[in-house]
Design a binder for this molecule. Structure first.
Ligand code: GLA
Length: 383
């Protein structure tokens, strides 16, 4: 794995171990996680590696292929440095160290060098951040003897993202990265954090997942993501329920009566998206992956029209993939940029790739990155 080699090259002292965690693609269930609803992501083969060496002092030193300089913080200063912010990429690994120490009172924190390298494309909506968090959380859990399980480590990653980096995200990405199973998606109830691997069987059915990374940048610590979250909270408050998870399609007529138009459409996306996740799981269990295409495409329409988180590049990627023979297609991740996925017969991948490039060129859009992803294993110790 190249990420391990790249990370090893950054580490000056002898390693005590290597851990890695993958990025993820979300098959369906978007913006439902912080509404305590359902999601169905899968871990991808691209991973982030964390190689660790022990130190004699109480300093955590992080280096990565993302930046030239190492960042050092002593354990004594960690709380203050996290509170002060401004740590850039180092906020992810140091935020994990900070959150893990707080979550595991029995742990023995000690100084470490951590070298990070990643194969997960940054800013593509494939959770490069959850991959860093999963790799570092898994590493420090072992090195510090914290003894947390995978769900607890996912929570640590989310705490780092929410409170150290300042992005008000849900827990989907961290759970997908920690708990991924090869050839399966992780069906997650974001209220109870119960999970079940759902067999995908793409290869057996002659299908592939094509990713179109539009290279349109998004940042969830600002703007639209936070605004959508607030609209959902307004909707839940108007119904007097803890979260939109508590509403179903039967509540839509009343929602139309009591909510303003924008809030209603935000709420309608969440309610119908939760139902689409349940329908997708049922279709996969009963009929397999050829049965889920229309649900994926309906999810995209809901994000484009009701939740309004798509961009023209994502819409074009979806339309072009469908015209090229995809069974279904949708943007994946938080939106406002990033990637779309298409479920497509494997033999159509080359022609669909060409069609997407041609359509982007004709529209004057920047050339996208187009590649396939494979449902893969979650976080693990590699050495
Ligand atoms: C981002 C967040 C997730 C989730 C998705 C949208 O990836 O990190 O928690 O909210 O957006 O589904």
């Amino acid at each position: 794995m190249t990420a391990v080699d790249d990370a090893r090259a950054l580490l000056a002292a002898p390693e005590v171990g290597v851990w890695s965690a993958p990025g993820r693609a979300n098959l369906i269930g978007e913006h439902t996680d912080y509404n305590e609803g359902f999601v169905l992501p899968f871990a991808i083969a691209q991973r982030t590696a964390a190689v660790v060496a022990l130190r004699d002092d109480d300093v955590i030193r992080v280096r990565s292929t993302f930046a030239d300089d190492a960042v050092e913080v002593s354990l004594a200063d960690l709380d203050a440095r996290i509170a002060a912010g401004g740590l850039d990429w180092a906020g992810y690994p140091l935020g994990v160290a900070w959150a893990l120490r707080a979550a595991a009172p029995d742990a023995t924190p000690r100084g470490v060098d951590i070298a990070l390298a990643s194969e997960v494309p940054v800013g593509a909506g494939l959770s490069s951040s959850a991959a860093i968090e999963g790799a570092v959380a898994s590493a420090l859990n072992d090195v510090w003897g914290a003894g947390l399980d995978k769900v607890a480590l996912a929570r640590v990653g989310r705490t780092a993202e929410n409170d150290a980096v300042g992005a008000p995200t849900g827990i989907m990405d961290q759970m997908a990265s920690m708990l991924g199973v090869a050839d399966a998606a992780t069906f997650l109830d974001c209220r109870t954090l119960e999970t079940r691997p759902v067999a995908l069987g793409f290869a057996e059915a002659g299908l592939a997942i094509l990713v179109v990374d539009t290279l349109v940048e998004h940042a969830h610590s600002s703007g639209g993501y936070r605004e959508r979250r607030e609209a959902c909270e307004r909707g839940a408050a108007a119904f007097g329920v803890p979260a939109l998870r508590d509403l179903t399609v039967d509540d839509l007529p009343r929602a139309a009566e009591i909510l303003d138009d924008v809030t209603f459409r935000r709420v309608r996306h969440i309610i119908t998206e939760n139902q689409r996740v349940l329908d997708t799981v049922a279709a996969l269990d009963a009929e397999g992956p050829t049965a889920i295409g229309d649900l994926l495409t309906a999810s995209h329409a809901s994000m484009r029209d009701d939740f309004e988180i798509s961009v023209p590049e994502l819409d074009l990627a979806v339309e072009t993939a469908l015209a090229a023979g995809a069974l279904g297609a949708r943007m994946t991740g938080g939106g406002f940029g990033g990637a779309a996925i298409a479920l497509i017969p494997t033999e159509l991948v080359p022609a669909a790739t060409d069609a997407v490039h041609a359509a982007f060129a004709a529209s004057g859009f920047r050339a996208p990155n187009v590649f396939t992803v494979t449902p893969s294993e979650g976080a693990r110790r590699d050495a």
